[in-house]
Write a protein that binds this ligand. Structure first.
Ligand code: UTP
Length: 421
């Protein structure tokens, strides 16, 4: 008798996951059968299923809520801008600044084949730029301005790592000095269907996907990047995603403001115009910086103002953060909570057929980077203009599409909007 197989069967029975062996006899190669058995034996079912159970609990508001103070960029005087910029500039020029781009997401809404960063936008002037190239160009501009080459770290997932690196190789790293670009891989976690069952990607493989951008700190630690940064004397690190074409990764004024405020973390926000727009906003929960999910915001809260007539809960998160290296090290040792989202994912169905769903079919568990901020008493928040700094690509329909991102980019980078004859 195959004792390994027996062991697996027992484990699956215990957790009610026997369907994972439903196609075991149909797996053609013995080696692949073994792979599946090993995968099951190595999986922490207790942890995954408890995530599913725990995230079912209603999100009852049980904390003390208060606003997180912010500064509006447009209200700064020229003199103030220059003063803060000089502080940030000094850090960048002395090689104490690095950039982390989080590109490990699945991009399920966009549903583009391939890593989201390789998605190319075709501009009016005929130029075609991928999201990676757009981000790279922004960093290169900073390099030119301050006469440095900023180390660029890119977080990828097991799913998109090979394709991402291949894309960079094929495009000669967009002429960024290759030795200054480093990829690191984040963790994955199984998906669960509506009945609490772990799902298969192939007959011999459990479907696992990246576990959220909040995994960035642990992933950096495991890849020895935090240590490497410390050895290089890097003091401040920018964190942002891959899909915002207007991201400013080398914003010395923003950096200078965080330093001047004596805080370890700074984020940018955009003003949430519509009270019930689906945007998460910054706040404080039990006196610690946090994010208030849009499901937890009602009209009354959204309309609250201070004595100066300023809204208290309208600073929306735009995934643009700067943290100091000690803060990064600190949170890399912490456990962040998992959030649950219902998403579209191709899986093997009960009949053993691979399906590409047209509507959400699986629960995905994700850590979010902003959950790390609660480990601090305060953070700096700068409100910037959406039309200048936030134009992400999320989907082919809705408010954040390739088209809206293209238009926003052409409004700022005018040469891309002109037809070349
Ligand atoms: P989103 O939360 O918008 O996710 O990521 P996404 O993967 O791009 O798209 P959907 O939700 O599946 O449609 C915001 C940023 O965080 C990164 C993404 O690559 C993007 O730059 N991210 C997200 C990661 O690096 N890892 C993750 O596990 C999730």
């Amino acid at each position: 008798m195959d004792t390994k197989l027996e062991k697996v069967k027992q484990k699956l029975k215990k957790y009610n996951q026997e369907h994972l062996l439903a196609f075991y006899q149909d797996i053609e190669e013995k080696e692949n059968q073994e792979k599946l058995l090993d995968e099951i034996l190595n999986l922490d079912f207790e942890e995954i299923l408890s995530l599913y159970e725990n995230s079912k609990i209603d999100n009852v508001i049980k904390y003390k809520l208060s606003p997180l103070l912010h500064i509006e960029k447009r209200k700064l005087t020229k003199k103030e801008c220059e003063k803060y910029s000089a502080i940030g500039e000094e850090i960048v020029k002395s090689n104490k600044y690095a950039i982390v781009t989080m590109a490990g997401g699945q991009g399920t809404r966009l549903g583009y084949k391939g890593p989201k960063g390789t998605y190319e936008i075709k501009f009016t002037n005929g130029a075609k730029l991928s999201l990676f190239e757009i981000i790279c160009n922004d960093i290169k501009k900073g390099n030119e301005l301050y006469n440095v080459t900023i180390p660029w770290y890119i977080m990828v997932s097991k799913e998109n790592k090979n394709q991402t690196i291949k894309y960079f190789e094929e495009h000669n790293y967009f002429n960024y000095p290759k030795e200054k670009v480093k990829f690191f891989t984040q963790h994955t976690i199984p998906l669960i269907d509506i009945d609490g069952r772990i799902v298969l990607q192939e007959y011999h493989k459990i479907k696992e996907v990246s576990n959220g951008n909040g995994n960035v700190f642990k992933a950096m630690k495991e890849a020895n990047i935090i240590q490497e940064m410390k050895e290089k004397g890097i003091k401040w690190v920018s964190f942002s995603g891959i899909d915002n074409v207007l991201i400013k990764n080398v914003d010395v004024m923003f950096l200078g403001m965080i330093i001047k405020s004596n805080l370890q973390i700074g984020s940018k926000s955009i003003f949430k115009r519509g009270a019930l727009e689906k945007l998460a906003v910054y706040c404080k929960k039990d006196n610690h910086p946090a994010i208030l999910d849009y499901d937890d915001i009602d009209l009354e809260l959204s309309e609250q103002k201070n004595e100066n007539g300023e809204y208290l809960y309208r600073e929306a998160n735009m995934l643009s953060h700067i943290m100091d290296i000690d803060a990064i090290e600190k949170v890399s040792a912490k456990e962040l909570p998992y959030h649950r989202a219902y998403k579209k994912n191709p899986i093997i169905n009960e009949e053993g057929v691979k399906i590409v769903p047209t509507s959400p079919n699986t629960f995905k568990f994700e850590n979010f980077i902003f959950d790390a901020f609660k480990f601090f008493d305060d953070m700096f928040l700068l409100r910037v203009k959406q039309e200048e700094e936030f134009a992400p690509i999320k989907d082919f329909t809705g408010i954040y599409t390739p088209e809206t991102a293209k238009d926003a980019y052409e409004r700022i980078y005018k040469e891309y909007g002109r037809k070349n004859n």
